[in-house]
Design a protein around this ligand. Sequence first.
Ligand code: COA
Length: 146
Amino acid sequence: MIVRNAHATDADRLAELSAELGYPVEPETISRRLRRLLKNEEHLLLVAESPTDRIVGWIHAAQQDVLEAGRFCEILGLVVGSGQRGQGVGRRLVEQVERWAHGRDLSHVTVRSNVVRPDSHPFYERIGYSRLKTQHVYRKRLAPEK
Ligand SMILES: CC(C)(COP(=O)(O)OP(=O)(O)OC[C@H]1O[C@@H](n2cnc3c(N)ncnc32)[C@H](O)[C@@H]1OP(=O)(O)O)[C@@H](O)C(=O)NCCC(=O)NCCS
């Protein structure tokens, strides 16, 4: 298995895996977002590809800059295909993000993990992450996404 940067042509498979994450998004929408994100050097999008050239997982991370917290790396999305879990793919993807963050001199990596994702909690703890807090997330819609 290799880990590589995502390409614009990966959109269909990324959309399939996003659906497994609970975000059913049209491939065209993923494609549009992907093309935008790939141009932004403060974002990292990686895929794990099996020897048969099939993408089995992806991770999206970004450099954040927050007044009260400073500069850090945040994992914004991670999914490994349901048939490929438990084989070290998620760990490899997170390790690559940590390497990227280290190279940018960022002090730490954070991730917010929804309480409805029971798989991810023991996973993050197993790979060295500590739980800091539990929070509510609020949203107000202003306009349709462009
Ligand atoms: C969470 C997820 C990314 C983990 O990916 P994965 O490829 O299965 O994880 P790995 O095989 O790399 O596991 C790394 C370590 O965590 C442990 N681990 C992973 N999932 C676990 C679970 N559900 N329960 C207990 N331990 C777990 C593994 O046993 C392994 O430990 P080891 O190195 O001692 O053997 C994957 O289960 C997934 O995509 N889940 C659905 C989406 C999701 O929750 N995403 C996270 C959003 S924040």
